[in-house]
Design a protein around this ligand. Structure first.
Ligand code: ADP
Ligand code: MG
Ligand code: ZN
Length: 464
């Protein structure tokens, strides 16, 4: 066999006979906005826990002849989300009708956006440096809520068994944010989803509570042979995910299920699967209808949206400092480790609290790093502790922080020994693995190690 042929065979083997697969994942995130009113009527959008069907009117009940009108605050919130995600806001945007039949949809269609979304072509950079492309962020309305009471033993009144519909949620503003299929591992998906939740809270556009359904995740999953760059010609959409933990479990399960099927030579069909938290597995919900089945067409009862550049500019300047930018600033301005900065910017409230304390500390010669260590190690409850109290305690040296190099080195060496996997990951270039080793030192030192001083020591030891 000639040299060239060998190469081809090897390459083909690599491509087709490999047992290694790479997941391809795209995310669709829905977030319910906390505007005062619903999307297309003046009913209160604050429906959670309210008496069923008390927040309704002819518009959100879908009664014939009722005319919708747009909620400006919701539109602005959607544009803000888009801007924070580096999207472009076209000057023309439109609503369309997405037609399908389901009892939670009284009009027989959902007012959504398809061809003319408010925000397009954005991206978000993850902790690992990967840039996730965002296809669009568009505005739509929520559906009513179905409450199934089949077989309920508690209900003595027979007529109460069955499915009931609460229209309080019908027409509540929703924003859907769709990524390109850019994720290849669950850690990246988790990081992205958490960043979005954090963003919604920083922007103040939603509580983004997953359990309450303020924020809903749908993951599209497929797998391909490692090395291939083709987009698989199918995708499985995962629904019913109401926590980050379940999202990770569902995606991991699905990746395994698909690889097993491919290895058996089976073809995977395009479908929607739900996550069964008890069985810890996904199950078939329905085979996927194609997008054109929805027969999207422009909503004739709503005017098109003309969005002036000046309005976009003014919304952009109204954005708060975004969490990932704040976190970078904390690292530079206060000489914090990325792990510390990340913790302290987790919520805007905590970040503000930290900065207030730093401001106060300046007058007393207390360093920002000391304050960061204190707040993190002591898990300070910011509702109950005044910044002045923290300064007082640090000054009085009531806290036994370990910042001595020799002691820290000993602790670091032990943590390195205890965490061979993280060490290997770190050496393979996975920088976030350093956090796990840092966590090890924290445990060994009962939270007393000075993280800022520890980091260079760990980095030095890990280079050896
Ligand atoms: P639709 O309009 O039917 O919802 P999209 O093309 O908008 O379809 O895709 C929806 C989601 O599915 C997006 O997040 C996208 O990134 C993701 N996706 C598309 N193709 C794949 C694939 N082969 N594997 C995984 N995810 C995919
Ligand atoms: Mg979709
Ligand atoms: Zn209404």
């Amino acid at each position: 066999m000639a040299q060239g042929e060998t190469t081809i065979v090897t390459r083909q083997r690599k491509k087709y006979m490999t047992n290694k697969y790479e997941p391809v994942i795209g995310l669709e995130i829905h977030v319910e906005l906390n505007t005062k009113n619903k999307m297309f009527c003046r009913c209160s959008a604050d429906y959670f826990g309210k008496e069923p069907n008390t927040h309704t009117c002819p518009v959100c009940l879908g009664l014939p002849g009722a005319l919708p009108y747009t909620n400006k605050a919701a539109i602005e919130a959607c544009i803000k989300i888009g801007l924070a995600l580096n999207c472009f806001t076209p000057s023309l945007s439109r609503f369309e009708r997405k037609n399908y039949f389901y009892p939670d949809l009284p009009k027989g269609y959902q007012i959504s956006q398809y061809r003319w979304p408010l925000c397009v072509n954005g991206y978000l950079v993850l902790d690992n440096g990967q840039k996730i492309r965002i296809n669009r962020a568009h505005q739509e309305e929520d559906t009513a809520k179905l409450m199934h009471r089949f077989g309920s033993q508690k209900s003595k009144v027979k007529s109460q068994n069955g499915t009931q519909i609460d229209f309080n949620r019908s027409g509540v503003p929703l924003v859907e944010i769709v990524t390109e299929p850019d994720f290849h591992n669950v850690e990246a998906v988790r990081d992205y989803a958490k960043k979005l939740q954090q963003l919604f809270r920083y922007l103040g556009v939603s509580n983004a509570d997953m359990e309450r359904g303020d924020m809903r995740l749908e993951a599209n999953v497929s797998v391909r042979p490692e090395g291939s760059t083709d987009l698989p010609n199918y995708r499985v959409e995962l629904k019913n995910i109401n926590s980050f933990r379940f999202m990770v479990a569902a995606i991991e399960y699905e990746i395994k299920r698909q690889i097993t099927a491919l290895e058996k030579g089976e073809k995977i069909s395009q479908e929607t699967r739900g996550w069964d938290a008890e069985q810890k597995s996904t199950y078939l919900q329905r085979s996927k209808e194609e997008a054109h089945d929805y027969r999207y067409f422009p909503e004739p009862d709503l005017p098109e949206l003309r969005i002036e550049e000046s309005r976009v500019k003014s919304l952009e300047s109204s954005l708060p400092e975004l969490p990932w930018i704040k976190s970078k600033r904390f690292e530079e301005e206060y000489k914090l480790t990325s792990a510390q900065a990340k913790i302290l910017t987790e919520t805007k409230e905590l970040a503000d609290y930290f900065e207030q304390t730093v401001e106060h500390g300046k007058k007393h010669g207390v360093e920002a790093v000391q304050i960061a260590n204190y707040i993190i190690n002591k898990k300070v409850n910011i509702e109950e502790t005044l910044p002045t109290q923290i300064i007082e305690e640090i000054k009085n040296k009531k806290v036994g922080i370990i910042d001595n190099e020799e002691e820290l080195t000993k602790l670091a060496e032990r943590a390195i020994k205890d965490n061979p996997k993280s060490v290997a990951d770190y050496k393979a270039g996975k920088i976030p693995a350093l956090q796990a080793i840092t966590g090890g030192v924290m445990r060994l030192s009962s939270g007393k190690a000075d993280v800022a001083k520890l980091r260079p020591i760990l980095e030095k030891l890990l280079k050896q």
